[in-house]
Design a protein around this ligand. Structure first.
Ligand SMILES: Nc1ncnc2c1ncn2[C@@H]1O[C@H](COP(=O)(O)OP(=O)(O)OP(=O)(O)O)[C@@H](O)[C@H]1O
Ligand SMILES: [Mg+2]
Length: 277
């Protein structure tokens, strides 16, 4: 699996499993995203984008199928391991910014480092660097309600970068912004991709922004209906070593028989959980 940041194998997501109102939202998605790729996921409202993002971001586990994030089988991780994975490897960016309202821009950026146990001096220094990266140094002491939407989103991106995640997951990050401000945010993603080699997964309704990324995955009604990469690249041509690794992992999976992960859908909750944690 070397080289793939995201390796999703026949991901099925159901809610209310076993109840009369059981709902299957994702019907079996297969895709791989190589390390360092900038990919967009597009699809109509209700098609399952955020549900998929919750799985990609290890906020939720698939009901069936296997999901490997940077080589870790997310379906087999316990809750503590999942939150570790999120804190260390993933930077989340949301449509509504999700900044902690009574806390300065600087402290918002420091938060993920606090949970990762970084010392006060180090996290302040790094948070200031990140604010510089997003050109928000002069707003470090401002509260979120003293910032414009685009400024808030830049703070949120700085926060997403705090623990130097390998992957940035952004769910409609420009959805609440006017086009000029959305442009600034998009330019920032391009910069992180180009200069820092981040793997970026961008969920967007904006076809023009999607067209700027290296790959567009279109989903409809819980299925991938198109992928701008050719099929062998999208599924990942397997090497013999990959196959061997997979065989070992399949065995382990069967042994551990991951059972009944509780759906925890609200991606946003992760941040507030982190806040109190
Ligand atoms: N926790 C849940 N329990 C039950 N159904 C859910 C849950 N989360 C999402 N769904 C359903 O799954 C479907 C897909 O929702 P999802 O939020 O993934 O759509 P989306 O593509 O992100 O839409 P939008 O573009 O509006 O954000 C919807 O029909 C939604 O009602
Ligand atoms: Mg959504």
């Amino acid at each position: 699996m070397a080289g793939y940041m995201i390796d999703a194998r026949h991901i099925i997501k159901r809610f209310y499993v076993g109840e009369p109102n059981e709902l299957e939202i994702l019907h079996g998605m297969d895709f791989k995203i190589p390390t360092g790729q900038f990919v967009s996921i597009v699809g109509q409202s209700g098609s399952g984008k955020s549900t998929l993002m919750n799985i990609i971001g290890a906020l939720d586990r698939p009901t069936e199928g296997e999901y490997f994030l940077n080589g870790t089988n997310v379906g087999l991780a316990n809750d503590k391991e999942l939150s570790e994975i999120r804190n260390r490897h993933i930077g989340f960016v949301f449509q509504n910014f999700n900044l902690i309202s009574r806390t300065s821009a600087l402290k918002n950026v420091e938060l993920p480092m606090m949970y990762a146990g970084v010392s006060a001096a180090d996290r302040k220094r790094h948070a200031l660097e990140l604010l510089e990266l997003v050109e928000m140094s002069d707003r470090a002491s401002h509260m979120p309600n003293e910032l414009s939407g685009g400024q808030k989103q830049r703070i949120a991106i700085a926060r997403a970068m705090a623990n130097d995640p390998a992957i940035i997951l952004a769910d409609e990050p420009t959805g609440a912004l006017d086009s000029r401000t959305g442009r600034m945010v998009m330019d920032l993603f391009h910069k992180l991709h180009r200069e820092q080699g981040k793997t970026i997964v961008l969920i967007t309704h904006n076809g023009e922004l999607a067209a700027e990324t290296e790959r567009i995955i279109t989903i409809s009604d819980g299925n991938i209906i198109s992928d701008s990469l050719p099929p062998e690249a999208a599924q990942g041509a397997q090497s013999t070593q990959d196959k061997q690794e997979q065989a070992v992992q399949n065995e382990q999976t069967q042994e551990t028989a991951a059972q009944g992960a509780q759906p925890r859908n609200e991606a946003e909750a992760v941040l507030s959980r982190k806040e109190v944690g």
